[in-house]
Design a protein around this ligand. Structure first.
Ligand SMILES: [Zn+2]
Ligand SMILES: [Zn+2]
Length: 105
């Protein structure tokens, strides 16, 4: 049976509530498996990892990283226009349990 698609934050929280998580990492992994990895990611040379669960999203060297065009990369550059405009397109699914990639100083 395929679980129904989670469309809102409150739906997600409702699904998460009864799950006995072993630790925070476990919880974050389950969240990504339910709503997909965040567009917000870490690393920019070589590998790119989900900023939420740490799972590998793609490697820019040699292999395909289909999400790269729409990704926000933490610490990429303070003035990176691509990251900033991509961040504007991020939804709650990308932002939940992910730290703000552009913290205000
Ligand atoms: Zn993830
Ligand atoms: Zn960037």
């Amino acid at each position: 049976m395929k679980p129904k698609e989670i469309k809102t934050k409150s739906e997600l929280l409702k699904v998460l509530k009864p799950i006995p998580f072993r630790n925070k990492e476990h919880k974050l992994t389950v969240i990504c498996s339910l709503i997909g990895h965040s567009k917000i990611s870490t690393g920019c040379f070589g590998y790119r990892n989900c900023a939420r669960c740490g799972g590998q999203l793609g490697a820019s060297l040699g292999s395909i990283d289909p999400g790269k065009e729409t990704a926000v990369i933490i610490n990429h550059s303070k003035n990176c226009k691509d990251c900033k405009s991509n961040y504007k397109k991020c939804t709650w699914k990308d932002k939940i349990y992910v730290k703000n990639p552009f913290p205000k100083n």
